[in-house]
Design a binder for this molecule. Structure first.
Ligand SMILES: Nc1ncnc2c1ncn2[C@@H]1O[C@H](COP(=O)(O)OP(=O)(O)OP(=O)(O)O)[C@@H](O)[C@H]1O
Ligand SMILES: [Mg+2]
Length: 285
């Protein structure tokens, strides 16, 4: 069993206007895991994320880093935020510098790194999100999707232990979504813990090791996506199950088994490959 890097114990949160956004949530995020957080609009995903790097403090309950309750003092929070990088849902909440390069440099510069290292990290991060050519552009002139990419670069340049991304794919074109998935895979392979809020059931099903389902601020389910995303209560809450899983299960009803070495396809490309192989087998002369 992998140790928890972040955990919540009975966390409840009320916004100052009285809205209850988290209600007695207990959950753990394993070090090195790929965790998807799902839930309908207003379920509490963003509120949960704001607790993970100490921007919000629970009204009751505790958030822990490697088993130790968070210390909300200024220097401890700064340390926590260098470990837990949060990419905001709305890029305008995150960007503030004049140019793209300045914005991405801000975090690593504040870590007290040398100018050379900062420059290297910034160029690498901009390259990872395909924004190298726009490095000198004013942030306010960028498109929405470009702003999202710059926000992601800003967090990557910090090289945190945990990257938390709030609906990172929303507003990105298909090529960039695929590139971002590749970036996330690379970070995961390098040992980083990645937590993503998403409404994309197929992405969660294909990418995550663990899924957390929130329902009106409460934890509805937490576990392996291939299992819990097919649970009836989760399907009812989210309004659907992953399409890839639905297609495989419908095909199995008419005797077509797409299992390969015991595993069902997890992504659209795996599904197409399995279907192609099945059709070739069936139509062999
Ligand atoms: N600043 C705030 N003041 C008062 N209530 C808030 C505030 N921010 C969020 N809420 C409320 O808290 C609840 C949870 O909101 P949150 O933004 O965490 O949901 P979410 O799951 O991220 O939704 P979405 O999918 O739309 O991003 C909602 O009922 C929302 O209206
Ligand atoms: Mg949100």
């Amino acid at each position: 069993m992998t140790a928890a890097i972040l955990s919540l114990t009975n966390v409840s949160y009320r916004y100052p206007d009285g809205t209850s956004a988290l209600d007695n949530c207990s959950l753990t995020v394993a070090r090195g895991s790929r965790t998807a957080v799902l839930g309908t609009n207003g379920a509490g995903k963003t509120t949960l994320f704001l607790h993970l790097n100490g921007i919000l403090r629970p009204s009751s309950g505790q958030v822990r880093w490697e088993g130790t309750p968070l210390d909300y003092g200024r220097s401890e929070l700064r340390k926590l935020r260098s470990r837990v990088g949060l990419v905001f849902q709305n890029p305008d909440s995150q960007l503030f510098s004049a140019s793209v390069r300045e914005d991405v440099s801000f975090g690593p510069m504040n870590l007290g790194l040398s100018e050379k290292i900062v420059r290297e990290r910034v160029e690498e991060a901009l390259h990872a999100v395909g924004m190298t050519d726009s490095a000198d552009k004013p942030v306010h002139n960028l498109s929405y999707g470009q702003k999202k990419r710059v926000c992601i670069a800003g967090v990557l340049a910090m090289q945190p232990e945990v990257v938390v991304l709030d609906e990172p794919m929303a507003g990105l074109d298909i090529t960039m979504q695929e590139e971002l998935t590749t970036v996330l895979e690379r970070l995961h392979a390098a040992g980083m813990t990645i937590i993503v809020a998403t409404h994309d059931l197929d992405f969660a099903y294909g990418w995550a090791d663990e899924a957390i389902i929130l329902q009106s601020g409460r934890l509805l389910a937490h576990g392996v996506p291939a299992k819990i995303l097919l649970q009836q209560d989760v399907r009812n809450e989210l309004g659907a199950a992953p399409l890839v899983a639905e297609i495989s299960s419908q095909l199995s009803l008419i005797g077509i088994d797409l299992r390969d070495k015991g595993y069902l396809p997890r992504s659209k490309s795996e599904l197409l490959t399995a279907l192609g192989a099945h059709i070739r087998q069936e139509t062999k002369p």
